[in-house]
Design a binder for this molecule. Structure first.
Ligand SMILES: NC(=O)C1=CN([C@@H]2O[C@H](COP(=O)(O)OP(=O)(O)OC[C@H]3O[C@@H](n4cnc5c(N)ncnc54)[C@H](OP(=O)(O)O)[C@@H]3O)[C@@H](O)[C@H]2O)C=CC1
Ligand SMILES: O=C(O)C1=N[C@H](C(=O)O)C[C@H](O)C1
Length: 279
């Protein structure tokens, strides 16, 4: 069983104590399972929002092996023993948790997407006091793709129309996905374009011919699609598609745990998965 035990001080390196926000969510459960199964890490707190159905239950009960950590809606209780909070919730929840982490000196791994610019500025400000890893996608594969996109966009800077297509499950609440937006940002930066000016989010009616300076986004929602992203470079006589498909949320959880390890040696600063993965 992977929980805080009295004899943990007898090991050479004490386990990394991690709390999880959104404990009953899709990612929350995946993260709790990953922590529970990872040597050198221990679940130190499980947070969910007031009224969440799982409050008071043992956080790993759903795995069949209770860990002695009950899911709570009290951030101070959930964070009291934690070194890092992993947060995959909603922007408003993450910002509330950020304030508690800042006050308590708890580091953060933020996977939540859908922030407004002023909300991102609040995270940046907090990172002057606590170390934070934040990325719209924690998978190794997507972060490698982001690097490939920079290269591809530079090489295909003229004569190619760029469209970003993403597909996710029916429960996703934000669009386009954080990953698609980051892909757009990488491509826009590589081409010296301002994404705010050149992004086109969906089309209908008499749109006129395509403006070659635009970057288009298309969103698909349905079923249990974990997360697919394609960047299409459409030229004359040929087209290139760079695609990433997630078939399991475990990759996001594993990336998040790598981010927790990375934070062990940092006291402040805002980092992303390029920093964590050394890309
Ligand atoms: N960076 C990455 O690699 C990835 C990022 N994500 C992002 O993570 C986030 C969560 O995704 P997912 O797990 O699928 O979502 P879920 O809806 O399954 O889980 C979200 C959890 O957060 C809770 N929550 C909702 N609102 C609040 C709030 N205001 N305060 C505190 N807790 C809240 C939910 O509680 P309740 O159910 O009661 O509403 C739930 O427990 C999304 O933004 C998604 O885009 C997802 C996968 C990978
Ligand atoms: O909500 C999801 O599920 C996902 N969200 C992230 C995003 O918005 O990019 C990452 C991944 O695609 C899954």
């Amino acid at each position: 069983m992977n929980h805080l035990t009295p004899d943990e001080s007898s090991t050479d390196t004490p386990p990394l104590r991690i709390a999880v926000a959104g404990s009953s969510g899709r990612m929350g459960r995946m993260l709790i399972e990953a922590i529970h199964q990872t040597p050198g890490m221990v679940l130190a707190g499980a947070l969910d929002r007031p009224g969440a159905p799982g409050l008071g239950q043992d956080a790993t009960q759903f795995l069949g092996t209770p860990c002695g950590i009950a899911i709570t809606d009290d951030p101070v209780q959930a964070l009291g023993q934690a070194q890092v909070l992993i947060d995959f919730t909603r922007p408003e929840g993450t910002l509330q948790h950020l304030a508690h982490c800042r006050a308590l000196g708890v580091k953060m791994v933020i996977g939540t997407t859908g922030f407004e610019p002023d909300e991102l500025a609040r995270i940046q400000a907090a990172a002057q006091q606590i170390a934070i890893v934040m990325a719209p996608n924690m998978s190794v594969g997507v972060n490698v793709v982001l690097r490939l996109l920079d290269q591809a966009a530079r090489a295909l800077s003229t004569g190619f129309d760029i469209e970003i297509i993403e597909a996710h499950h029916r429960h996703k609440v934000d669009a386009p996905s954080g990953t698609a937006l980051r892909m757009g940002q990488v491509v826009a930066d590589a081409l010296g374009r301002d994404l705010e000016e050149c992004a086109v989010y969906g089309r209908e009616g008499i749109t006129g011919e395509r403006d070659p300076s635009t970057i288009g986004f298309a969103t698909v929602r349905g079923g249990d699609i974990v997360g697919d992203h394609t960047v299409l470079f459409a030229g004359t006589g040929e087209r290139i598609e760079i695609t990433h498909k997630s078939s399991s949320r475990a990759t996001y959880a594993q990336g998040s745990l790598r981010a927790c390890r990375f934070l062990q040696d940092r006291d402040s600063g805002l980092f992303d998965m390029f920093d964590v993965l050394g890309l």
